[in-house]
Design a protein around this ligand. Structure first.
Ligand code: NAG
Ligand code: NAG
Ligand code: NAG
Ligand code: NAG
Ligand code: NAG
Ligand code: NAG
Length: 637
C-alpha cells in the first residue's frame, strides 16, 4: 500500500516534471528568427522599471499599469550597490526585496528580462558598482582585475541562487538574463571578463536554463567589444537614427534569431542645469510601430522611471550629475501616472497583440497639502558632534570619502592655517569631488566646484580654522571615469604651500536626521539670504483636510531655498536645487506619509529664505515641476 503510494507519487512527479519541461521552456529559435516559449513562437513587448526607484508600496500599482498597457514582460536592473552596502553585508529587505518584486511581476502576469550587471549604468551611482571597490584607489573596474573579480564572484554567489528558482524553466518569470551592460562601449574591451561572467551565470543557473544575452549601442565597435559567442547579441536605439540599419548591425553579429531592441528610449534623462528632456509621443509610437511591424521584440526604456531617492543619482562627463527625479518623460510618470504617451503606445500594441480587457488603472490621487513654516534646528556647527558620532579621523593630507569608508553624502575637511595670509591668495582644490563650501572660523567665504573654479582667493590669519564641506553629488555612471572617488582627491594648496594636518569628518546625515525632533530647536535664525553655513531646518506638514482620511502623494516645492537635501519622517527624498533647475519639486510618495505629524527636515547648504521678516516656508503642491528654468540653459554633453 505504502509502496504503491510512493510509486504513484513518483509517477506523478515524473509527469509534472515532464509537463514542466514541455510547458516551461523559453529558448531562441534560430531557424524561425524568433523566441520560442513553451514551443510556440513568441516575442516580447516589454518595459523597464527599477524596483529601487519605486516605493515598495507602489510596486503592485506600477506593475498592474504596465500589464494593462499590454506589455507581456518587464526589464529590471539589479543595482549591486543597493544590496551590498558594505563588503559582505547584504540587504534584501524593504525596497531591496528583489525576490518579492519578481514574484509580484509573475503574479501580475509579466515575464522578466533580468539585467544583474554587475555594472548597469542606469544613471545610478557608479553604474551600480559599490563605491567601496575604490577604497584602496587602484582597481580596474569591469575587467579581469583580481580584486574586482573577487568582489563580483562573491556578490554573484549571493545573488544568483536567489534568481535560480525564479527562472522560467523553473516555474518563475525570468525568460532571459543580460550579461554586463553595453560592455562594448567601455574602453577596456576585455573579452575574458565577459566570458568569465558567462561561465559564472551558467555554472550558477544551469547551462541551458535561461537565454543569456548582451546589449550594445548600434555601432560596429560596440558590437566587436560587447558580444561573445554563446551570448545572444541584441541592440539598443531610440527615436533618432535608422531602425533598419540598427537591426542590420545586430544581424551582422547575430545572423539568426529574433531581432531585439533591448532599450528603445521612450524619453531621456536630465542633468542639473540643463533643459528638461522630452520625446514626443508621436515619435515614440512611430518608431514602436515600425519596430513591431518588423516582428522584433522590444523593451521600452524607461516605462516607469521613478525617483533617485537619497543619494542614488549618477552623473555623466563632463561632470554633470543627474537630478533626483528619474521621470524620464516615460509613459508612466515618476509618480506612476498613465500619460497620453502610454495610451498611444497601447493603441500601437493593439495592432500586434491582444491587450488585456481591463482598463489602465487611473492616476493616484494627489494632494496640495499647502505651506509649512520651517524653523532652524541648528547649523552644521551646532550639531557637528551628533553628525559625526565617531569624531574626525586625523590625516596629514586629505584622503578620499571611500578611504574613509563612507559611500554617500557630505564630508568635512578641517585644518588650521599655519601662517598669516594678508594678501588675497589662491586656495586651490583641483581634486574637489564635487562641490566644496569654504568656511573660515565658521564664516562661509565661497564655493569651489569640480567643473571650475576649483580655487578661491582668501585671506586668513595664523590659527584660523579652515573647513571645507564637500558634497558628493553622485558618481559617474558611464564611460572610462566610473572609478569616481569623492571628497577631496589629492592635495590642497594655499599659494605655494601644500596644506597639512587635517581632521576629516564623515557627516552621517541619514543616521542623524531621523533622531531630530523639536528638542534640538534653537532660536529664530538671523537673516540668511546670503551664503550661509550648512544648516538644518525642520517643520511639520499641514494636516489632511477633514474629508480626506488617508495620506496622498504630493510634491515638495522648495522655491526660495537654494540647494540641499530633503527628508520627511526620516526618509531621504533626495537633493533639491531649484536655482539650478530644471527640477523644482520633489516627489513625496504617500507610502512614507502618516495621517498626522509628518516631520520635515531640510539640510540647506547655501541660503534659506528665512529672516526675521522673511517667509521661511516650503509648499506641497499637487503636480510636479520638472521643467523649470535652468541656470546654464545649455547642454554639456
Ligand atoms: C508564477 O506564476 C505562475 C502562474 O502564472 C505560477 O504557476 C507560478 O508558481 C509562479 N511562480 C512563482 C515563482 O511565483
Ligand atoms: C599674524 O596676524 C596677527 C593679527 O591678525 C598678528 O597678531 C600676528 O602678529 C601676525 N603674525 C605674524 C607672524 O605676522
Ligand atoms: C585670484 O587673484 C588673482 C590675482 O588677483 C587673480 O588673477 C585670479 O583670477 C583670482 N582667482 C580667483 C579664482 O578668483
Ligand atoms: C601631497 O603632498 C605631499 C607632500 O608634497 C606628497 O608627499 C603627496 O604625495 C601629495 N599627495 C598627492 C595625492 O599628490
Ligand atoms: C512644463 O511642463 C508643463 C507640464 O507638462 C507644461 O504645461 C509647461 O508648458 C512646461 N513649461 C515649459 C517652460 O516648458
Ligand atoms: C533650453 O530652453 C530654453 C528655454 O526654452 C531655450 O531658449 C534654449 O534654447 C534651450 N536650450 C537647448 C540647448 O535646447
Amino acid at each position: 500500500m505504502k509502496i504503491m503510494m510512493l510509486l504513484n507519487i513518483a509517477l506523478l512527479v515524473t509527469l509534472i516534471n515532464f509537463g514542466k519541461c514541455k510547458s516551461h521552456s523559453f529558448v531562441v529559435n534560430y531557424d524561425d528568427n524568433s523566441f520560442s516559449k513553451d514551443g510556440q513562437p513568441f516575442r516580447y513587448i516589454s518595459g523597464s522599471i527599477h524596483y529601487a526607484r519605486v516605493p515598495r508600496g507602489y510596486w503592485d500599482d506600477r506593475l498592474m499599469k504596465m500589464y494593462a498597457t499590454g506589455l507581456n514582460a518587464i526589464q529590471v536592473y539589479v543595482p549591486w550597490n543597493f544590496h551590498e552596502r558594505s563588503p559582505g553585508r547584504y540587504t534584501f529587505e524593504d525596497n531591496a526585496d528583489l525576490v518579492a518584486f519578481l514574484r509580484k511581476a509573475n503574479d501580475t502576469g509579466l515575464l522578466v528580462i533580468l539585467r544583474p550587471g554587475p555594472y548597469i549604468c542606469a544613471e545610478w551611482d557608479m553604474g551600480g558598482l559599490p563605491s567601496w571597490l575604490l577604497k584602496d584607489g587602484v582597481i580596474k573596474l569591469r575587467t579581469m582585475d583580481e580584486d574586482y573579480i573577487q568582489a563580483v564572484d562573491r556578490w554573484m554567489g549571493v545573488l544568483l541562487p536567489k534568481i535560480k528558482p525564479l527562472l522560467y524553466s523553473n516555474g518563475g518569470p525570468i525568460i532571459s538574463i543580460q550579461v554586463e551592460n553595453e560592455y562594448g562601449s567601455y574602453y577596456a574591451c576585455d573579452h575574458d571578463y565577459i566570458r568569465h561572467l558567462k561561465n559564472t551565470f551558467e555554472e550558477a543557473l544551469g547551462a541551458d536554463a535561461v537565454v543569456l544575452f548582451t546589449t550594445d549601442g548600434a555601432n560596429e565597435k560596440n558590437f566587436k567589444c560587447g558580444t561573445l559567442q554563446g551570448l545572444y547579441a541584441t541592440v539598443d536605439f531610440g527615436t533618432v537614427g535608422d531602425i533598419s540599419s540598427a537591426f542590420k548591425l545586430q544581424r551582422k553579429f547575430q545572423p539568426q534569431g529574433p531581432l531585439v531592441n533591448s532599450e528603445f528610449y521612450t524619453g531621456w534623462l536630465d542633468h542639473w542645469g540643463q533643459n528638461h528632456s522630452t520625446v514626443t509621443k508621436e515619435k515614440v509610437t512611430d518608431f514602436l510601430d515600425k519596430i513591431l511591424a518588423m516582428g522584433a521584440s522590444v523593451n521600452m526604456y524607461m516605462f516607469e522611471g521613478g525617483t533617485n531617492f537619497g543619494f542614488w543619482n549618477g552623473a555623466n562627463t563632463v561632470y554633470s550629475p543627474q537630478p533626483t527625479s528619474y521621470d524620464y518623460d516615460a509613459p508612466l510618470t515618476e509618480a506612476g501616472d498613465p500619460t497620453d504617451k502610454l495610451m498611444a503606445i497601447r493603441n500601437i500594441i493593439k495592432k500586434y497583440a491582444k491587450v488585456p480587457l481591463i482598463p489602465v488603472p487611473p492616476a493616484t490621487q494627489k494632494l496640495a497639502y499647502g505651506q509649512s513654516t520651517m524653523t532652524k534646528v541648528g547649523s552644521l556647527y551646532d550639531v557637528l558632534d551628533k553628525l559625526t558620532p565617531y569624531g574626525p579621523i586625523k590625516s596629514n593630507y586629505p584622503i578620499t570619502m571611500e578611504a574613509m569608508q563612507q559611500s554617500f553624502g557630505f564630508i568635512m575637511y578641517r585644518t588650521t592655517i599655519a601662517i598669516n595670509v594678508t594678501k588675497a591668495t589662491l586656495l586651490d582644490i583641483p581634486g574637489i569631488r564635487d562641490r566644496g563650501y569654504i568656511i573660515i572660523n565658521q564664516v562661509p567665504v565661497g564655493i569651489v566646484v569640480r567643473n571650475k573654479p576649483t580655487g578661491l582667493n582668501i585671506t586668513a590669519s595664523k590659527g584660523d580654522i579652515l573647513d571645507i564641506v564637500v558634497e558628493n553629488q553622485g558618481r559617474i555612471n558611464f564611460g572610462e571615469t566610473i572609478a569616481d572617488m569623492k571628497g577631496i582627491v589629492g592635495n590642497i594648496t594655499l599659494g605655494d604651500t601644500i596644506l597639512e594636518g587635517f581632521q576629516i569628518y564623515s557627516l552621517q546625515l541619514d543616521e542623524f536626521v531621523p533622531k531630530i525632533s523639536q528638542k534640538f530647536e534653537l532660536t529664530w535664525p538671523s537673516p540668511q539670504t546670503q551664503l550661509n553655513v550648512p544648516t538644518l531646518y525642520s517643520g511639520t506638514m499641514p494636516a489632511l483636510p477633514p474629508d480626506i482620511t488617508e495620506p496622498r502623494d504630493t510634491f515638495l516645492k522648495v522655491s526660495g531655498w537654494t540647494k540641499g537635501q530633503a527628508y520627511i519622517n526620516g526618509f531621504n527624498l533626495g537633493r533639491y536645487w531649484p536655482v539650478e533647475g530644471p527640477q523644482v519639486t520633489l516627489y513625496v510618495p504617500a507610502t512614507i506619509l502618516k495621517r498626522t505629524e509628518n516631520f520635515i527636515v531640510l539640510f540647506e547648504l547655501e541660503s534659506a529664505p528665512c529672516s526675521t521678516e522673511g517667509s521661511c516656508t516650503i509648499e506641497f503642491i499637487d503636480q510636479p515641476i520638472l521643467n523649470g528654468t535652468v541656470a546654464r540653459g545649455h547642454k554639456i554633453l
